[in-house]
Write a protein that binds this ligand. Structure first.
Ligand code: PLP
Length: 358
């Protein structure tokens, strides 16, 4: 079976060395030395101002909404993973969906303004599959209306725009270090900000609101992560360049072999450093997608309908909104296997099987 994803694992001996160290120290969690080391290394490598490591990308989104004290309506994309929307609802805010651009698959900034009301507090946009949002346009709109901006950068590790990590855009960027991601810490995530006060708030929120051992600054949650997770991250960081390089080769092979078979692709602008994190294909119809899924599965090739369904159609969204592009794309988009251990021969095999259906 060719899986959709196989997490990258560093040599076992390297991890065991860290495990021995953790055993000796008997310091397993609560801002341990490996967590601090991972945060510092990420800040250095990505050239960030502040980064707080948390237990996953969903809690990062929830903490971001709390840290910015958002209320009311949050303008967001209907084409993302469910966590982007569920975090808004979980925090007692109301998602207002603005449709996506058909080529980039990101929220369409030209459609945002007409949805802004006195009740709007923020824009929460996703850099879908690592294709970056139009950050300058979004920031200009947000400034004009006094809105906060959060980027869900769960797919965007290693991406740079204008010589800066994409994580440094927005009031807060959140990311996921889940094991299916390009850079992972088994489970994990982070919040990045350039603002000292916001960073302090994130630190308090992540740790129950603790402000010293006996003091609580306000309500908080447990968003901490452990030494074992941080150890995996520290090791994986050593391999990140080679992981991205390998994915680039596989991604370009897919694109070369599938470019003339009648499928659509996400259009990646060429003005930024990309990370080749996913390879989605866009079928002509849902029927074509379903026959592909079935045929590929019979050939032991796993695929994933990602993102499906369009988030504006979730059953807990009371106020249904019209997002025809997202609705249509999410019915027709399919992610193909893409991971470090995948071979070029396997990519050729997958493409041959796709061509047999088309
Ligand atoms: C766009 C996006 N946002 C948020 C998340 C949530 O991250 P986590 O699984 O680390 O909670 C994911 C995870 O798949 C994601 O793809």
């Amino acid at each position: 079976m060719i899986p959709i994803n196989r997490p990258f694992l560093p040599p076992k001996e390297e991890y065991i060395k860290f495990v021995k160290e953790i055993w000796e120290r008997n310091w397993l969690t609560n801002n341990g030395p490996l967590v601090i080391k991972l945060e510092n290394e990420l800040v250095d490598i990505l050239n960030l101002k502040h980064l707080k490591y948390v237990s996953n990308g969903t809690i990062a989104l929830q903490i971001a909404i709390k840290a910015l004290d958002l209320k009311g309506d949050i303008i967001t994309t209907p084409f993302s993973y469910v966590a982007t929307t569920s975090s808004i609802v979980w925090e007692g805010c109301n998602p207002v969906f603005v449709d996506i651009n058909e080529s980039s698959l990101n929220i369409d900034p030209d459609k945002i303004e007409k949805f802004i009301t006195p009740n709007t507090s923020a824009i929460l946009a996703t850099h879908v599959f690592g294709n970056i949002c139009e950050v300058n346009k979004i920031s200009e709109i947000a400034n004009r209306y006094g809105l906060k901006v959060i980027y869900d950068a769960a797919h965007a590790f290693g991406i740079e725009f204008n010589g800066k990590s994409i994580f440094s855009y927005g009031d807060i960027s959140t990311t996921s270090f889940h094991s299916t991601k390009l850079f992972h810490t088994i489970e994990g995530g982070a919040l990045v900000t350039n603002d000292n006060n916001i960073d302090n708030r994130i630190g308090l929120l992540r740790n129950f609101g603790h402000d010293g051992p006996d003091n609580f600054s306000g309500v908080g949650i447990n968003g901490k992560n452990s030494e074992f997770h941080a150890a995996m991250g520290l090791l994986n960081l050593n391999y990140i360049e080679q992981i991205i390089e390998k994915r680039k080769i596989l991604y370009t092979t897919y694109l070369r072999l599938l470019k003339d078979v009648g499928l659509g692709f996400q259009v990646i602008q060429n003005d930024f450093k990309y990370n080749y994190s996913y390879f989605p294909i866009i079928c002509q119809s849902e029927k074509q997608l379903l026959s592909l899924v079935e045929y590929l599965s019979s050939k032991k090739i796993n695929t994933r309908r990602y993102f499906y369904p369009s988030l504006s159609s979730l059953n807990y969204i009371v106020d249904k909104q019209y997002t025809p592009i997202s609705d249509s794309i999410s019915k027709r988009i399919l992610c193909l296997p893409l991971f470090y251990d995948l071979t070029q021969d396997e990519v050729v095999f997958i493409c041959d099987k796709i061509k047999e259906v088309l």
